[in-house]
Design a protein around this ligand. Structure first.
Ligand code: KIV
Length: 271
C-alpha cells in the first residue's frame, strides 16, 4: 500500500515526537522530481535537497560551486513530487556566512521560490547569529556539525572529525548552542559513534547521523550512494542497496546493441 493513501505530512513536530518515542528518523537526499517521488512514496521521513547536488548532479569535486539559484531549481522540482516528507534545503556556500541579513535573504528566497519546509546550515558558533535571524522569520533551521563539506579546504581532508577531546568538546558546545537557538534538528557527519551517542543523549532535539554510528536519532545518506550510482565512492559507513551504475550501464549497452542490430524497434514497437 502506498504511504499516500492516508497522507499525514511530516513536520518538525513529528520529528520531535519520534525522538521522544524512541522511533528512528529516516532521511535521504533527492534533487529532482522523479527521484523525490519514489523516495517519498517509499516512506522516507525527511528529504534533504543537499548541496551534494554539486557533486552528484553537477559533477563538481566539492559542494562549494553550487549556487542559490541552482539549489532553488532542485528544491522546486523535489517539492512538486513530495506529499509526505519534510523537505529540507541546504543553504549553499557563500549565501549565509557573510552576515545574518544575507542568510535570512537566502533562506527567504528558498522558502518562497521552492515551497520547501526548512533550511540547513553548516557550522556552530560562527553561524549562530544567522541561525537566530532565520528563525526569527519563522523558518525552521536544521544544524550540521562534524564534517562540514563546505569547509573542506580548511579541513584539508574528508576524514573523521572530532576524534580529539578539544574538538569533541567544541562540537558538544556548538550542538547545545544550536539547540538553545531553536534549531529543530541537527545533522552529525562523520564523527566517532561514541560522541554521537553522547550528543544525542544530551540534546532534546533529534540528531540525524551520516557516518556517525547507530546512536543518532536518525540516519541520512545521499540517495545516489545508497543506490550505487556513485560506484567509486566507498566509505566504510555507506551501505549500498543496489548497484545501479552497473545495471544502468548494462541496460544502456543493450539498447545500443539493439539499435545497431536493428532489433529495436521491432514490429510491435511501431505504428
Ligand atoms: O548535502 C548533503 O547531501 C548533506 C548530507 C550528506 C547530510 O549535507
Amino acid at each position: 500500500m502506498s504511504v499516500h493513501s492516508n497522507v499525514k505530512r511530516v513536520t518538525t513536530n513529528t520529528l520531535q515526537e519520534m525522538k521522544n518515542k524512541g522511533e528512528k528518523i529516516s532521511m535521504l537526499t533527492s534533487y529532482d522530481y522523479s527521484m523525490a517521488r519514489i523516495v517519498d512514496e517509499a516512506g522516507v521521513d525527511v528529504i534533504l535537497v543537499g548541496d551534494s547536488a554539486s557533486n552528484v548532479m553537477a559533477g563538481h569535486e566539492t559542494t562549494l560551486p553550487i549556487t542559490l539559484d541552482q539549489m532553488i531549481y532542485h528544491a522546486t522540482s523535489v517539492v512538486k513530487a513530495v506529499k509526505r516528507a519534510l523537505v529540507v534545503v541546504d543553504l549553499p556556500f557563500g549565501t549565509y556566512q557573510g552576515n545574518s541579513k544575507e542568510a535570512l535573504t537566502s533562506s527567504i528566497r528558498i522558502m518562497k521560490e521552492s515551497g520547501a519546509h526548512a533550511v540547513k546550515l553548516e557550522g556552530g558558533k560562527e553561524i549562530n547569529e544567522s541561525v537566530l535571524r532565520i528563525l526569527s522569520a519563522g523558518i525552521p533551521v536544521m544544524g550540521h556539525l562534524g564534517l562540514t563539506p563546505q569547509s573542506i579546504y580548511k579541513f584539508g581532508t574528508y576524514t573523521v572529525r572530532a576524534k580529539e577531546e578539544e574538538e569533541a568538546e567544541r562540537l558538544m558546545r556548538d550542538a547545545l548552542m544550536l539547540q538553545e537557538s531553536g534549531c529543530f534538528g541537527l545533522v552529525l557527519e562523520k564523527i566517532p559513534a561514541k560522541l554521537t551517542a553522547k550528543v544525542s543523549q544530551e540534546l532534546s532535539i533529534p540528531t540525524v547521523g551520516i557516518g556517525a554510528g547507530g546512536d543518532s536519532d536518525g540516519q541520512v545518506l545521499v540517495v545516489h550512494d545508497l543506490l550505487g550510482i556513485t560506484h567509486e565512492f566507498n566509505p566504510r559507513f555507506l551501505r549500498r542497496y543496489l548497484n545501479l551504475y552497473e545495471d544502468i550501464k548494462g541496460a544502456v549497452g543493450q539498447y545500443v546493441k539493439d539499435v545497431r542490430s536493428r532489433d529495436f524497434p521491432n514490429d510491435s514497437e511501431q505504428y
